[in-house]
Design a protein around this ligand. Sequence first.
Ligand code: RIB
Length: 274
Amino acid sequence: MNKKITVIGSLNYDVILKIPRLPFKGETLTANGAAFSAGGKGANQAVQAAKLKTPTYMVGCVGTDASADFLVNTAKEYGVNVDYIRKVPGSSGMGVINAVEDGSVYACIVRGANFEVTKEDVDNAMPILKESGVCIQHNEIPVEIIAYAIDKAKEAGCIVSFDPNLRPPLWKSLDEAKAEIEYGLSKCDILKISDNEVEFLFGTTDYDEGARLIREKYQIPLVLITLGKDGSRAYYKDLRVEVPGFVQEHKIEPTGAGDTFCANSLNYILEHGM
Ligand code: RIB
């Protein structure tokens, strides 16, 4: 397998508010502090893959605003190849994250330049997709581009990982949200999905059953379910592997933890095969 990773996806300027609890309706709550960082599911995953010393390409768009150079330069500093990040007029993507003291996270994103990624961007990336063993995708660029990019990545011989990033409250309806991710689910080789998303999709908190339903419906070879503090589970052929969570001695703000998990898992697959 080619030992490179290509990520096709989002770059966001993240504003992370550290708050003791969620504000009530109408309340102005004072945050304990704020952090400003380069984020976006795509960039987070690309940076983590590069940190593991895997040659990693990022395909995506940033705007022409103040955060654009910061986003590109941060990815580059971590070793990500940024030659396939295109600048488009307007704002870069943005994340506004409420990180509550108890470890829960409530996030919103602004699409910005992430929704300017085109089929041409994907076509331009074909040479690097052909050099890559794994292509990572997630639901933060236009859905028609995801579908196109999945097909192209498979044509190039990549294993395709998909993170559906289902966000019902931001959509008109849960059915519409489900329809948007259907193509990714039906075509990916690896699905990285959270416990909440399994619940949204299948109405169950029995994640073994959720995984069974996902695999039965979409024939996905490898399903990875993240379970927050309870760790994660992997389902592959007849195997079910459970990795329990563990408690850190010091608190770590968890934004992007799922992205880090995803990149680590895919890096392992890149090195050892499925
Ligand atoms: O998964 C965390 C990421 O989701 C954040 O960096 C935010 O920008 C959103 O994309």
